[in-house]
Design a protein around this ligand. Structure first.
Ligand code: CAA
Length: 240
């Protein structure tokens, strides 16, 4: 039986590339998406991968969405917490809502998805959770106290849950992408982005499939001894 995976924010950008990489690895993949129904329909038409709508920041919606996926496809073995938003702005201009939405979706989403799926993985003795963090959660970023805090939180969440899953065959890891050529990075003002790219030793933005290949490895049988780790994929922009 193929493993069953849910990729949150899976219908575009890094999430779409992750869906394709897992499908290629023989996994039964389901994409979750937040709101763009037209994009999700196109994604399913292009890839044959079903897409389910729910807000990962909504606890009850996550429980219900994951339960529905299990009914439709079987128990969920793999979760990739990729869904995330930015609401950039310097602190003195940032609203509480911009703080809260980023925390609710980016960090709260990881908790909600794990609550819905980790107990089953633990009972069945096998599971993979991969959380998409960020270079900006490791190093901080001007104008991103909300996003950097949420992503940094994801790295702590990963190391804590990894300790809880280890004896039950459930690995929990993070990937910390650098600047990848997605819609999210395209929204950074051009002069700001130019300065950022100038500081990437590899000399270019990353590509979504370069993140996806790392995720596919962490979700594989081969990665059973890898847990609580953070794989940085950032072109050398931040090393530690
Ligand atoms: N360090 C120090 N000072 C900085 C700075 C930095 N990194 N960046 C900007 N400043 C300074 C500017 O030089 C400017 O100073 P002056 O007024 O003296 O000229 C001042 O701060 C204000 O800068 P802005 O005009 O840019 O301010 P703004 O309020 O219009 O915009 C901002 C602020 C929205 C944060 C904007 O700078 C921005 O979008 N920055 C990019 C943030 C970023 O990298 N986001 C990543 C999104 S992608 C992502 O998050 C994916 C991932 O995981 C990597």
């Amino acid at each position: 039986m193929a493993r069953v995976a849910i990729v949150t924010g899976g219908t575009r950008g890094i999430g779409e590339a992750i869906c394709l990489a897992l499908k290629q690895a023989g996994v039964t993949v389901v994409a979750n998406y937040g709101g763009n129904a037209a994009r999700a329909a196109q994604f399913t038409a292009d890839t044959g991968i079903p897409a389910y709508q729910w807000d990962v920041g909504d606890h009850e919606a996550c429980l219900a969405g994951c339960a529905q996926v299990a009914v439709d496809h079987g128990p969920v073995d793999i979760v990739v917490n990729n869904a995330g938003i930015t609401r950039d702005g310097v602190l003195h201009k940032m609203s509480f809502e911009d703080w809260n939405e980023v925390m609710r979706i980016n960090l709260g989403g990881c908790f909600n998805m794990a609550k819905a799926t980790f107990p089953g993985m633990r009972e069945r003795g096998w599971g993979r959770i991969v959380n998409i963090g960020s270079i900006n959660g490791q190093a901080g970023q001007y104008g991103q106290v909300n996003y950097a805090a949420a992503k940094s939180g994801i790295h702590g969440f990963t190391k804590a849950l990894a300790q809880e899953g280890a004896r039950y065959g459930v690995t929990v890891n993070a990937i910390a992408p650098g600047y990848i050529d997605t819609d999210m990075v395209a929204a950074v003002p051009a002069p700001v982005l130019e300065k950022i790219v100038a500081k990437i030793p590899v000399g270019r933005l990353g590509h979504a499939d370069e993140i996806a290949r790392g995720v596919a490895f962490l979700c594989s049988e081969d990665a059973g001894f890898v847990t609580g780790s953070t794989m940085s994929i950032n072109g050398g922009q931040h090393m530690y």
